[in-house]
Design a protein around this ligand. Structure first.
Ligand code: ASP
Length: 320
């Protein structure tokens, strides 16, 4: 059995490439890096890689991670600038015995030394978003400066039983320079153990990190819970905990897959989508919804939704 699951619809194209690789006995490390790179390279996704939204100084700072579920090797970069594929740098870092998590200039020096592709990651579209946000925030004090963020987070299982997890994001739009979210933090943004399964998160990093939610899901799966139940329990319990203690909970959406290729997803927000494929299921995008009683369910995205998604991502931007 093989499979791969990812946060958000943006992973679909990459997931289809991974499907082809995994079908031909490709390994989970190569497959997951391929998918994340596909998202990083697509300039119309404004929260990951090229085209990602900048920090308050109009600089694109990226976070990424890679974890090998066989060896538990982890590699991470935080607040890295001017490199095309942070996930590949994270993967490389995971192969060393120490210095596995590098940030800022340290990460950039490492990337330079190892010949990773340099690229100015700030696109013209991102500049317009930046400019417009400043205008909107001045006009509307209700507007949250940080809204506009999504991480591509994944878990992959290959037909040899090896599993990987990886993430990539530009983090919060208008964040302070140097801010690092949950996405490159092991146990929070991602976790995978080939003996059990893996999980990955998207949402408000500052809150996801308070609960190490990805690790919690893997822990529940290790106790024998199905990925769907594990995701629902971890997200619901922690969302409740945050609301009780702090009066509110940030966005939190998690996906998971176990080492049998069974998968799950849970969220505390409307409008979350995810993409999945397994040996038995072709690449599919699901939308998560809630019924009148607040119970979560999901259904495959319609063709109209898919078309609208791409049209709205690629529509020309108007500078305010
Ligand atoms: N978790 C990411 C961060 O806080 C953002 C997101 O996934 O929406 O950096």
């Amino acid at each position: 059995m093989y499979g791969i699951i990812a946060t958000w619809r943006m992973a679909l194209k990459g997931i289809s490439q991974a499907d082809a690789l995994l079908k031909k006995n490709g390994n989970a490390k190569v497959a997951i890096e391929t998918v994340i790179k596909a998202v990083e390279d697509f300039e119309f996704y404004k929260s990951v890689g090229y085209g990602g939204l900048p920090n308050e100084d109009m600089e694109v700072e990226l976070d990424a991670a890679f974890m090998d579920g066989d060896t538990l090797d982890v590699g991470c970069v935080g607040a890295i600038k001017d490199y095309a594929n942070p996930v590949s740098i994270a993967r490389k870092l995971s192969t060393y015995p120490v210095n596995n998590f590098l940030v800022g200039q340290g990460a950039e020096k490492f990337a330079h030394r190892h010949g990773f592709e340099r690229k100015n990651m700030l696109t013209e579209r991102a500049k317009i978003h930046y400019h417009n946000r400043i205008v909107e925030t001045t006009e509307n004090s209700e507007l949250k400066p940080y809204s506009g963020h999504d991480t591509v987070g994944m878990v992959c299982l290959d037909s040899f039983g090896s599993m990987t997890s990886a993430t990539s994001t530009s983090g919060l739009f208008m964040k302070h320079p140097g801010r690092v979210g949950d996405s490159p933090v092991s146990g929070s943004g991602f976790y995978v153990d080939s003996k059990v399964g893996g999980a990955s998160a998207t949402g408000l990093g500052e809150d996801v990190m308070k609960g190490c939610v990805s690790y919690e899901i893997v822990r529940l799966m290790k106790e024998g819970m199905h990925p769907q139940l594990a995701c629902e329990k971890a997200v619901k319990d922690f969302d409740t905990e945050l609301r009780q203690r702090r009066g509110k909970a940030g966005d939190m959406s998690l996906i998971a897959m176990n080492n049998k290729g069974e998968w799950g997803c849970a969220t505390n927000i409307e409008g979350f989508s995810f993409a999945v494929c397994t040996e038995k299921e072709k690449p599919t995008v699901y939308l998560v919804k809630f019924d009148e009683k607040g119970k979560q369910y999901f259904e495959p995205a319609s063709k109209e939704w898919m078309d609208h998604y791409m049209a709205s991502r690629t529509a020309p931007l108007i500078r305010k």
